[in-house]
Design a protein around this ligand. Structure first.
Ligand code: NAD
Length: 431
C-alpha cells in the first residue's frame, strides 16, 4: 500500500493528519513486534493505519448565549474481532493522532483479553475544567449526534477516559437512545449503576493493575514480603492501585499528582494521604513525608514503579535513572519505545499497559453483555469473572515471554496480533 507520506507524485513529504508523535510511537511498537514475528508486509500494512477516522465540528451554546466551536474525533482502528470499543477523552490538546494511537492500543488490549471487540477511541479538544455542567452536557450531546452514524451497540461502544465520567456516558446514552426512539444501554459502558452500569471502570482498572502487580511479583519469585511501590498519579486509577496494594501488605513509599509528590522510605499511610488530599485539595503540606517533584518521584528507589498518570512519562531522558525493578503501566503508553529499550537493557521488567490496565475494558465488556441480554450480575460475579480473565491473561503473557524469550510487551503484543491476524485471515479480504 502506498501511504500519503510515500505518495510518489508529491514533491514534499505529506503526513497523514494522524501521524503525530503519539501515533508514530504506537506504530513503532507494532513494527517492533512485527519484525520479531517476521510478519509479511501485506499483513502488517493495514494494521499500521486506522480503518476509519471521523473529525467533527461541534458548535455549542455557552451559558452566556455565545456559541463556541470545538473539534471532536472518533476513530476505528481495526474491527476484525467485533464492534469498536474505546474511551472518549476531553483535553485541550487532544489530536487525531493521539486518538488514533489510543484506538490502536485498544485493538491490542481487547484482542489480548480475548474480548469480541475491535479498537476505537474518541475525544474532544477542549478544556473541561473551564466549562459548566450545562455547557459540557450540550457539547457532549452535540458530539454524540455528530458521530451517531459510526457508533452503536453493534458498531462502536464508548466508555469514559481522561476527564469524562459516568455522567458523560449517561448523556451519550440518552442522546443516542432519543435519536433511535428507544433505550439502548449498550451504546456506552461506564454509565451510572442506576441506568445499567456495572462495577465502576476506575475501580476495575485500578483493581486490575494491582492484580497484575501481585501476579508479576509472584511470577518473578520476589523475596521481599512487603515490596516497595511508587505510584505516579494518585487519580482514579492510581489511588485504587495504592489502596489495594497497601491493604495487600505492599509498602507504598511514594505517590504524586500533577503538582508533585510525597516520599516516605518507611511507607505512607494511603488512607490518610487520600483523606488529606480530599480535605486540602492537594498533597502539599502533608506531614509524615518529604516532598518530591514528579521527576524525582520516578527516580526513587523502589521495587515497583506504577506510572498511573499520563503518556510518555518514562522517556529516554530518565529511563537510565530509574531505580525500580519492575514497571507496571497503569496509564496508557507511559513509556516511550526508546525508554523501553533502555529499561530492557537494564534488566527492568515492564508489565505493558495492554495487560496491566485491561481490567477497565474487560468490565466494560461485562457491562455491554449485561445490557444486551438485560440481565444484571452481582458485584461479586463481576469480580469473579474479572479475576479469572486477568489471571489467565497474565499467565498466557508470562508463558509466551518464557517460550519466546521476549519481554512481556512483545509477548502481549504477539498474543494480541496473532488473534487479530487470525480473524482477518479467516474473514478474508473483501472483495
Ligand atoms: P485521573 O485524571 O483521575 O488521574 C490522573 C492523575 O495523574 C491525577 O492524580 C493527576 O494529578 C496526575 N497527573 C496528571 N498530569 C500529570 C503530570 N504531568 N505529571 C504527573 N502526574 C500527573 O485519570 P485516570 O482515570 O486515573 O487515568 C490515568 C491513566 O490511566 C490515563 O493514562 C488513562 O488513559 C489510563 N487508564 C484509565 C482507565 C480508566 O478506566 N480510568 C482505564 C485504562 C487506562
Amino acid at each position: 500500500m502506498t501511504t500519503a507520506s510515500e505518495n510518489k507524485g508529491s514533491k514534499k513529504t505529506l503526513l497523514n493528519e494522524w501521524e503525530t508523535p503519539d501515533f508514530l510511537m504506537a506504530q513503532q511498537r507494532l513494527m517492533k513486534v512485527a519484525r520479531i514475528m517476521k510478519l509479511d508486509d501485506n499483513v502488517v500494512e493495514p494494521l499500521k493505519h486506522p480503518k476509519r477516522s471521523l473529525s467533527v465540528i461541534i458548535p455549542a451554546r455557552m451559558d452566556d448565549g455565545t456559541v463556541s466551536t470545538f473539534i471532536g474525533y472518533r476513530v476505528h482502528h481495526d474491527l476484525a474481532l467485533g464492534p469498536g470499543k474505546g474511551g472518549i477523552r476531553y483535553h485541550q490538546e487532544v489530536t487525531l493522532g493521539e486518538v488514533t494511537a489510543m484506538a490502536m492500543l485498544m485493538t491490542w488490549k481487547c484482542a489480548l483479553m480475548n474480548l469480541p471487540f475491535g479498537g476505537a477511541h474518541g475525544g474532544i479538544r477542549l478544556n473541561p475544567f473551564i466549562h459548566s455542567q450545562s455547557e459540557l452536557e450540550r457539547i457532549t450531546r452535540r458530539y454524540a449526534s455528530e458521530i451517531i452514524d459510526v457508533i452503536g451497540p453493534d458498531m462502536d461502544i464508548a466508555g469514559p477516559d481522561l476527564n469524562t465520567n459516568e455522567q458523560t456516558m449517561a448523556w451519550i446514552m440518552d442522546t443516542y437512545s432519543v435519536n433511535k426512539g428507544y433505550t439502548i444501554p449498550s451504546i456506552v459502558t461506564g454509565k451510572p449503576k442506576s441506568i445499567g452500569g456495572s462495577l465502576s471502570q476506575y475501580e476495575a482498572t485500578g483493581y486490575g493493575v494491582a492484580m497484575c502487580t501481585k501476579h508479576i511479583v509472584k511470577h518473578l519469585d520476589f523475596k521481599s514480603k512487603a515490596p516497595t511501590v511508587v505510584v505516579q498519579g494518585l487519580g482514579s486509577v492510581g489511588s485504587e492501585v495504592a489502596s489495594i496494594l497497601d491493604k495487600a501488605g505492599f509498602t507504598i513509599v511514594g505517590v504524586s499528582d500533577i503538582d508533585g509528590g510525597l516520599y516516605n522510605k518507611s511507607g505512607l499511610d494511603i488512607k490518610k494521604v487520600n483523606e488529606y488530599v480530599a480535605k486540602k485539595g492537594s498533597m502539599h503540606g502533608y506531614p509524615d513525608a518529604s516532598s518530591v517533584t514528579n521527576e524525582e518521584l520516578l527516580e526513587l528507589e523502589c521495587d515497583i514503579l506504577a506510572p498511573c498518570a499520563i503518556a510518555n512519562q518514562i522517556h529516554k531522558g530518565n529511563a537510565a535513572k530509574l531505580r525500580c525493578k519492575i514497571v507496571v503501566e497503569g496509564a496508557n503508553a507511559p513509556t516511550t519505545p526508546e525508554a523501553e529499550d533502555i529499561l530492557e537493557s537494564r534488566g527492568i521488567t515492564l508489565v505493558p499497559d495492554i495487560l496491566a490496565n485491561a481490567a477497565g475494558v474487560t468490565v466494560g465488556y461485562f457491562e455491554w453483555v449485561q445490557g444486551l441480554i438485560r440481565l444484571l450480575w452481582t458485584e461479586s460475579e463481576v469480580y469473579d469473572k474479572l479475576d479469572q480473565l486477568v489471571e489467565k491473561s497474565c499467565q498466557r503473557v508470562f508463558e509466551s515471554a518464557t517460550t519466546h524469550k521476549s519481554t512481556l510487551r512483545t509477548a502481549a503484543m504477539r498474543l494480541a496480533l496473532e488473534r487479530v491476524m487470525e480473524a482477518r485471515r479467516l474473514r478474508g479480504l473483501y472483495p
